[in-house]
Design a protein around this ligand. Sequence first.
Ligand SMILES: Cc1cc2nc3c(=O)[nH]c(=O)nc-3n(C[C@H](O)[C@H](O)[C@H](O)COP(=O)(O)OP(=O)(O)OC[C@H]3O[C@@H](n4cnc5c(N)ncnc54)[C@H](O)[C@@H]3O)c2cc1C
Length: 401
Amino acid sequence: MVIIVGTGAGGAIIAYELSKENIPVTIIEKGPYIDSKDAFNYYDKYSEDVDLLTTTCIGGATIVSMSNMVHALDEELHDYGIDITEEYGYVEELIGVHQLDDSHIGRGTQLFLDAGRELGLNTLKMPKAIREKDCIQCGKCAFGCPADAKWSGKDFVDMAVENGAELITEAEVYELIVEDSKIKGVKYIKDNAQESLLSDTVVLSAGAIGSTLILRTAGIDAGRELFFDPFVSVGGYIKDINFNTEVQMAGLVIGKNFVLSPHFSSFIKGNIDDEKVDDKDILSIMVKTADDAKGYVDDDGDVVKINTINDIRYLAEGVATAGFILEKAGVDPNTIGSTVYRGAHPGGTAPIGKLVDSNQETEIEGLFVSDASVLPISPGKPPILTILALSKRLADYLKNN
Ligand SMILES: Cc1cc2nc3c(=O)[nH]c(=O)nc-3n(C[C@H](O)[C@H](O)[C@H](O)COP(=O)(O)OP(=O)(O)OC[C@H]3O[C@@H](n4cnc5c(N)ncnc54)[C@H](O)[C@@H]3O)c2cc1C
């Protein structure tokens, strides 16, 4: 039996892939099993010093994701002898990655795409795993999809359970059982009772913070080099654009040191000093960059983020470019405002080549990590597809060994 801890981008696909080969699987998930429309209630809280978005519920952060699906870190993974080209193809077909039909490209997104192209920027429609036939274009992707129109890890968990996998929810793994440098199982708390489950194969997919805390209980010094792909959203006024109801992040501009995507944020209005501006009238763009892995997880599980000159420089370049796009798109330049600096892609806490080998195994035999923790550097772009492809690769390795 294989124990999988966590049901986000990393854990869910491994559970599905193993269960469909009739390999016994037990999935342990800290959060509850919920409807995706309720996911916004399950965002985590960190200290006031860092604005980091993660969730604790079935599907992990995939359930609040925009379902943006791009390749990332191909060259960096090659350096560790990892080629996930085939796995990308497999996963993209499995979850239906495609650019949205024009019927699902809203007015603000189209203005973004047109302006990006006119400015000669590398501009395209975002590849997504969203089913247009179900999508009601409500703009609530990051709340948890009310129409269940986008892929999330929950889909794979449901399929795994149908295949016979056991799912234990609201159960927090708090310790690893290790003997002679071999994994023997995990300890977890459910309903205030301490339980243990034995297996000689354990996959940690508890996310960059969760896996860090579990690894440390076995003496593995994870979480010392954290990145989180920082972002801000900048936007301004276009009368009656109703951007808040569009499919979010359906366009993409790829710059050298940043990516840009049309993204509504209700936090911008508070920073625009103009009474005529209503939330729905703000066309805004997310600016996301790769950051240096100078953050860390402290002993209480809180995240400390340290910014380098490059982190700030790349963000400033991206914000300036977003400003040009907004102006070209028709935004009143006197109304442009921004959100605070945030992160939603924590990773790098148990990187390949340092804390796990190229098969994602730790120094403890039989203990694997498969989530954003293993990414060797910050991708600076949506990481789910890369995590899915790496996890599919690990599932195949486990099947064959
Ligand atoms: C609002 C938002 C939008 C995003 N949009 C996109 C997007 O469009 N495209 C993209 O590529 N990325 C997106 N991301 C980022 C992406 O969702 C994450 O990078 C990805 O889900 C990370 O996968 P993971 O497996 O590392 O962790 P997670 O998906 O966070 O999963 C970790 C799981 O482990 C569980 N867990 C934690 N600790 C324990 C424990 N001790 N015991 C048991 N279970 C535990 C958690 O409850 C959770 O279910 C977005 C993130 C956010 C917050």
